[in-house]
Design a protein around this ligand. Structure first.
Ligand code: NAD
Ligand code: G6P
Ligand code: MN
Length: 442
């Protein structure tokens, strides 16, 4: 008999939950499911998403057993995969992560700079808690974690629960690879074979080929030199304005080292002055998401609950969801698919810290992942990565030791922050804002 899987989505109330559910249903043939559960610590938020999803499931896959709960024991018992996407402090705290640094003329961003550090300090405890629940109630399960800030979370998990079955992932590279495929006229990112190195939200493509081994870098670079990664003229897809700016800015990020193709997130480290200058301290990405994605998802969920009109459901599966399910499939069926994961370096990047969490291609199969060897990286990228990995390690140290000094060092070490005194002002305000979430710092 074929095995059918039981999936828990942790952070059931997330704006991404419906698209993951839709993809799970669309993938039923290649990835059979017997049970889906949602878990969240915000009962009301989760209930809206869950009731809408229950209607979709009833219509499209009544055979799947579906429940949602805020009880960890019920949630984590009898599961094969935990797909975790919690946002500790929700948009209310993301708003502060973005707006507090901006008051001091510093980048205010979800995962980069002081905002990302603040979010990291909030996320470590609750993520460890999820892992402990999984190990207690379903010790054979895998957790596929994409809760942000993924780099700090990955560092903390590697330090505090080094033997746990957790894989940390990010959808930015797959989103960018989808654009690259368009640029070279291929159907999908799956037609590309890539080499990539870096940290999460801090990396570069060093090689991109088609399935016959032809080098696609020259054509992609040609395009980026002109348009960055703005592919509107190729696919006609409109993105939110802030993302469009980010994709265009890749042109200038690429200019800093035309040997490689950069991840979009490097703009926060290489052009922080530009980013701050183009930010509105009163209206940041959080406001855009609250008025955009969050509103769209929750309005549609409420519409479904009121009308039961599943036939006209607007939820669609995207890249984000497909990557996660590919990973679950690779672990279940030993597909040996090549995927970018956030893993301990352990020598893969020859001239970089052994114990840093890096984002590199891995071969994924039943026993987990095997990183590919990257070799030596150039001094420019290595220097930038060393500074950033030190930030991430200091944050985890600060959380474990309750150390004010180390968190201050982490913030002053970030390339987005100009001085120790600015770092201190931002830190003091972040401590106040995060009282409910951070350990006490001495
Ligand atoms: P969201 O606020 O809509 O959803 C997050 C949910 O997590 C909320 O319902 C919240 O109540 C719940 N939550 C918070 N703390 C919890 C806890 N301790 N236990 C259980 N549930 C908890 O956020 P979103 O915009 O949908 O994003 C969800 C997460 O996914 C974020 O961390 C985001 O950064 C991350 N994300 C990561 C990637 C990636 O590339 N790794 C891509 C997209 C989104
Ligand atoms: C990309 C990144 C994620 C990040 C998201 C932010 O997908 O890989 O790590 O959470 O963008 O998107 P948002 O729309 O919430 O600003
Ligand atoms: Mn990411």
């Amino acid at each position: 008999m074929i095995k059918k899987f039981s999936i828990l989505i942790a952070g059931g109330g997330s704006t991404y939950t419906p698209e993951i559910l839709i993809l799970l249903l669309e993938s039923k043939k290649s990835f059979p499911i017997r049970k889906i559960k949602f878990y969240d610590n915000d009962e009301k938020r989760q209930e809206i998403i869950a009731r809408a999803c229950a209607l979709i499931l009833k219509e499209k896959a009544p055979e799947i057993d579906f429940t949602y709960t805020t009880d960890p024991r019920k949630a984590f018992s009898d599961v094969d995969f935990v797909m975790a996407h919690i946002r500790v402090g929700k948009y209310e705290m993301r708003d502060k992560d973005e707006k507090i640094p901006l008051k001091y003329g510093v980048v205010g961003q979800e995962t980069c700079g002081p905002g990302g550090i603040a979010y990291g300090m909030r996320s470590i405890g609750p993520i460890i808690e999820l892992i402990d629940y999984m190990e207690k109630y379903s010790p054979n399960a895998w957790m596929l974690n994409y809760s942000n800030p993924a780099s700090i979370v990955a560092e903390a998990v590697n330090r505090l629960r080094p033997n746990s079955k957790v894989i940390n992932i990010c959808d930015m590279p797959v989103g960018i690879e989808e654009k690259m495929a368009k640029i070279v006229g291929l159907n999908s990112r799956k037609d590309l074979t890539v080499r990539y190195f870096g940290l999460n939200h801090f990396g570069w493509w060093s090689d991109i080929r088609d399935k016959d081994g032809n080098d696609l870098m020259p054509k992609i670079k040609e395009y980026i030199k002109e348009y960055g990664l703005d592919t509107y003229k190729l696919d006609g897809k409109k993105e939110d304005e802030s993302w469009e700016n980010t994709y265009r800015k890749v042109k200038d990020v690429f200019d800093t080292d035309p040997n490689f193709i950069p991840n979009t997130y490097l703009k926060y480290y290489l052009y922080p002055d530009y980013v701050v200058h183009h930010s509105n301290p009163k209206y940041t990405r959080t406001d855009e998401v609250i008025e955009g994605r969050e509103k769209r998802v929750f309005d549609e969920a409420i519409r479904l609950i009121k009308t039961g009109d599943v036939a006209h459901c607007k939820f669609k599966a995207g890249n984000h969801a497909s990557f996660i399910i590919d990973l679950a499939r690779a672990l279940s069926y030993n597909t040996h698919e090549r995927m970018l994961l956030i893993v301990p370096n352990h020598g893969a990047i020859e001239n970089f810290s052994y114990d840093a969490m890096v984002e590199i291609p891995c071969i994924v199969g039943k026993t987990g992942y095997e990183p590919l060897s990257i070799g030596k990286i150039p001094i420019f990228e290595k220097g930038l990565m060393e500074q950033q990995v030190a930030v991430e390690k200091l944050v985890v140290d600060a959380w474990i030791e309750g150390s004010y000094q180390k968190l201050w060092q982490a913030i002053m070490m970030s390339k987005t922050v100009p001085s120790a005194s600015v770092a201190k002002d931002i830190l003091n305000e972040l401590i106040e804002a995060n009282k409910e979430y951070w350990p006490e710092l001495k």
